[in-house]
Write a protein that binds this ligand. Sequence first.
Ligand code: ADP
Ligand code: ZN
Ligand code: ZN
Length: 756
Amino acid sequence: MRQIFQSKKMPLIQVALPTPLRRLFDYWPAAGQPLPQPGVRIQVPFGNRQMTGLVMGLVDQSSLSTSRLKAAIAYLDQQPLFSVAHLDFLQWVAGYYHQPLGEVLQAALPALLRQGQALHPPQEPRWQLTEAGRTINPAELSRAPKQAALVRLLQSAGRSLAQKNLQSQGFTLTVINNLKGKGLLEPAKLTPRQQGIGLPQLSPAEHQPRSVLAEVPLNLTAEQQPVVEQLHGLLQGFNPVLLQGVTGSGKTEVYLQLIQRVLEQGKQALVLIPEIGLTPQTLRRFEKRFNRRVVALHSGMTDRERLESWRSAVEGKAAVVLGTRSAIFVPLPKLGVILVDEEHDASFKQQDGVRYQARDLAVLRAKRENIPVVLGSATPSLESLAHAQRGDYLWLHLRQRPGVSVKLPVPTLLDIRSRKLTGGFSEPLLKAMERHLQAGNQVLVLLNRRGFAPVLMCSACGWIAGCQHCDARMTWHREPPGLHCHHCDHRQPLPYTCPSCGHDELLPLGAGTERAEETLIERFADIPVIRLDRDSVRNRHDLNNKLEQIAIQRPAILLGTQMLAKGHHFPDVTLATVLDADHGLYSSDPRAMERTAQLLIQVAGRAGRAEKPGEVIIQTHHSDDPRLEKLCLEGYEALALDLLAERRNSHWPPFAYLAILRAEAHKTEVVGQMMSALATHARQLRDLEPETLTLLGPVPAPMERRQGRYHMQLLLHASKRAPLHRLVEALLPWLENAPEARRVRWSLDIDPDDLF
Ligand code: ADP
Ligand code: ZN
Ligand code: ZN
């Protein structure tokens, strides 16, 4: 008997909250409510405010004394938003990147859900007649003709009607409430909506349109056919694939035919694309192919649109999700395949907060979900090439473009060492452009530098306009006019005279896209110049506008930064040119050459896509650089494999593992003290595994002063992954608690992309 009266121990709720603290928080359950399931959002008091977090589980013990624990305020979902397996994935991500779980969840939830809004928009109120209302003769209400009319309307409808509908027909809330007061009208019961995952999954096959296909797929070429067949054979289980196919070789068609098979099995496909690769055209291509819902997820959508896409993905209604990097976190109940298009693209790496690499997570997620993952690119990252070379990934190639006689152009290196440049253009290049334009074609010009001129210099004393907040030069912009720092966004008016010597001749050095545009307009008076860079394309609307202009203007010059080199199809471009290939050639950044090669090949891939042969001209001061020569003559893969061998010899990723600890503060001493204390601490820990671990630094960041703050970094290098993570793990308590660390802003970057 005593057992029965003994109260059962009350469980506590473990909550992940968006705070920088790497731990979970315990709360008493909200009064009078059933215990929440893991994956449900929860509102809790935190300090003196409220926060929305996620229930991770229940425990019956807390490290805090129970008297200090607070009670949850409310649960925001009836059904979990994340399955336990998906929570596990997110927890793995937090562990791998050594970030607070709450912050990973922030990245995984659409903004409106983070802010505590409902998964479903509130249901519209509806009104129905009561028993008395159904039987009354409306004539009895003749003194209130509006009321009589409403009763008549509902009687003839024979069902409940939405309040909005009634109001639009002129029945005000007063009329509705008066009838309610007379006992003739009542609010209709809302059908309880099933919410969250685990409930309405993909509708059963018989409710779907019979065929997955809405159009007839293309006949595969002899090269595509075996690729698609192999991919179809890999649909059961974890199978990573590197699909290396030159631009325009029909990778997207391969994706579509792979996805078709996945949809036929009633499953979902997740397609990751680079930040600016997702245009309405791409979306339309997928929508046109399938009789299933295709949704997009990218930063150009409103919060409401994003929530809608997310919900339809999570509920299994969307069959294909096309998204940028954060889409890797979307829970998909029936995920059957993940594709990463342009897998080498730098936008897959998140550069602040949780610094994850979506391509890596795609492979990891596929492994956990036991499904295939396809990484596609014309210029694969060295990381993926290394996996393919080792045989970890199946390596498939598409070397040709569909269609007869369409050859890939071999790029020509045009040496500009002793040539006069006008706005960045050499005379032979302008001549070549003229030829293509006279034939009525389009010419693409890549110049990876915006503004008018990267440097403004005094012709008398050599003074150069620098940023007052950064160790950087100010770029001269014409539109809007002024000096602009590209690192901290500081702007200031153009000086009339030299601030140093008073001389009144200030000269622009070098050329950015604005200056190149001016040069082209002067030279080719009647030819439209369509410029694409971050100043002229501020949003998706601008981008679509420009793409539409490109679609109709012939001849035309397409001028822009790398924005132009990504993913778009410009079938009438017959000449693609790069004004300055030299930036990455002698950079201290070990990835610079890989990036340069990718950019050059991506640009080259824009030329001659349709039936017109293409030409590619690359201006350089180093036409005898053996790496450039190799790239042009033997292609990307040949150079990339060389670079990979170099990386192996120099023990650099992907043959080693890196983490960077960065810190910044307003004062150099503050950040210097912190970093040297950190390094001392780290060296002691390193000495436990001296063979595998190396510390480089602390050193000032390549641009030490940025936005008025001093930046330093410590690079951790390891020949094996596990010891690196052990070291980082062991440093975290110090970073979270040491007084020196509290006086700076610090961050941790695992598998960094940039060493800056
Ligand atoms: P990628 O994604 O590799 O750049 P796409 O799939 O976009 O290449 O194909 C490039 C062009 O070739 C597109 O216009 C596409 O319609 C066409 N194409 C692709 N596959 C075929 C095919 N099997 N037959 C005919 N045309 C094709
Ligand atoms: Zn001067
Ligand atoms: Zn600046």
